[in-house]
Design a protein around this ligand. Structure first.
Ligand code: HEC
Length: 163
């Protein structure tokens, strides 16, 4: 492959990632979009099949205060620094489950904007899944990359999507 065409490919990937969340394409009967049902947008509540956290942890509420600093730290992790993959690429910039990677994911990423679904989920459950991932899905474990404090900060930020 020539230098010019590989540069073009790299550029187009960069542009695609920079543009933001995946959007459902305009209605076009000639090319049905099988992924629309899978992406999280607008599906509220979603089917939840994540494993249940051990009861001690499940009952735990966020030990950090919901200060602006903790929420901002969570936002930075969500949008920029969390490893292995920043959360927004799957869960979406607006937290609606519709990140750029979402169209290919089954089950779809959690739609954090759905208060009806999110409000009853305890903090300890969110903590458990962020740390351990959801086996058999693309939700990765973050035990090795996020401290407990960072995980609780992320939970404060995620909660802002449904307020
Ligand atoms: C590669 C895609 C991907 C990335 C990156 C990702 N997630 Fe997820 N996430 C998912 C999917 C898919 C599910 C749904 C799993 C299921 O239904 O079992 C999910 C579910 C969740 C849940 C729901 C837990 C529950 O019990 O309902 C939380 C909370 C969550 N993710 C937080 C995060 C955070 C925080 C990050 C970044 C540190 C992150 N995710 C990164 C794909 C991803």
């Amino acid at each position: 492959m020539g230098i010019v065409s590989s540069t073009a490919i790299v550029l187009s990937i960069a542009v695609t990632l920079a543009v933001g969340d995946w959007q459902a394409p305009a209605e076009n009967p000639a090319s049905p979009q099988p992924y629309i049902q899978l992406a999280g947008s607008g599906i509220c509540p979603q089917d939840r099949n994540t494993r249940t956290a051990p009861s001690r942890l499940r009952k735990k509420s966020n030990p950090l205060p919901a200060t602006d600093e903790n929420i901002a730290a969570g936002e930075r992790l969500y949008r920029k620094t969390a490893k292995p993959t920043t959360c927004y690429l799957c869960h979406g910039r607006r937290g609606n489950g519709n990140g750029r990677l979402a169209p290919k994911l089954d089950p779809p990423p959690r739609n954090f904007t759905c208060a009806k679904m999110m409000d009853p989920i305890p903090d300890g459950q969110l903590f458990w899944i962020i740390q351990n991932g959801s086996r058999g899905t693309t939700m990765p474990p973050h035990k090795a990359t996020l401290s407990e404090t960072e995980t609780w900060q992320l939970i404060h930020f995620i909660r802002t999507f449904s307020r």
